[in-house]
Design a protein around this ligand. Sequence first.
Ligand SMILES: NC(=O)c1ccc[n+]([C@@H]2O[C@H](COP(=O)([O-])OP(=O)(O)OC[C@H]3O[C@@H](n4cnc5c(N)ncnc54)[C@H](O)[C@@H]3O)[C@@H](O)[C@H]2O)c1
Length: 283
Amino acid sequence: MAYGLLNGKRGLIFGALDEQSIAWKVALQAKAEGARFTLSNAPVAMRMGKIQELGEQCNAEVIPADATNEEDLKALLERSVELLGGPLDFVLHSIGMSPNVRKGREYTNLKYDWFQKTLDISALSFHKVMQTAMDMDALAEHGSVVGLSYIAAQRTFPSYNDMAEAKSMLESIARSFGYHYGKKRKVRVNTISQSPTITTAGSGIDGFDIFFEFANRMSPLGNAPAEDCSGLCMFLFSDLSRSVTMQNLYNDGGFSAVGVSEEVMDLMGEAIQARKKGSAEPA
Ligand SMILES: NC(=O)c1ccc[n+]([C@@H]2O[C@H](COP(=O)([O-])OP(=O)(O)OC[C@H]3O[C@@H](n4cnc5c(N)ncnc54)[C@H](O)[C@@H]3O)[C@@H](O)[C@H]2O)c1
């Protein structure tokens, strides 16, 4: 069901690769809510992904840009403002990648040039998008910028690797830039900390299926699907959240507030029973 929350709004959505991408769902819902926007992704994703299909569905121009490259970002923002006929009301940064994760390097054996790449793609690019936009005055007053995070920014999930540092930095940038952009143009900057979600980036994490299941059993509402993340984005892009800024909002079915759930206790009970049974058996 659509509410016309984004009627007349202009936007830019980064990071839709295929139908599973969180940004893909956000684009479809933003279209249904009445927004007009451009779509962007890294040049390599243009070849690998299906973003052109999404562009056709949303009647949105697809503009390639490497989000770590300031020249690309400037050209993307210029073109978006020109095409949409004015400054942007919302931006979604749905970008993440770690070469260390992708190539299976453990956290205690990182390649540092890859670590820097992780930070550049997954966190600094958030700053670069906003700094470029501020410099060009490409965002409208009361605009809204949203980045996507994960609870590994606050707590350790060993296989999340150097992406944990990237998410901590992303959330910190939201607070710091949110202060300056709020003062200057009343632009709001927030992050959404999303449940594990089955996407290309998500599934690249070692043991993802296990911690997907663990989080699902820990959360009273179960894992939040990408569609619910998209719903929260609609709220954050809309005028309903005009005074919400510099926040990290958990869209996680309650995971972040739970110590342990009955389901996980039951599983541990079964493990103890199995261990007792094993030790009772003759060697
Ligand atoms: N999937 C999850 O479990 C989960 C949970 C919490 C947060 N997130 C975050 O959500 C965001 C979106 O990820 P997703 O799960 O939809 O996966 P996804 O793989 O569909 O999206 C990641 C996107 O980042 C893009 N990207 C990578 N390098 C880029 C660059 N240099 N310039 C521009 N774009 C680049 C990719 O092309 C891709 O479209 C990421 O920030 C991710 O960390 C995901």
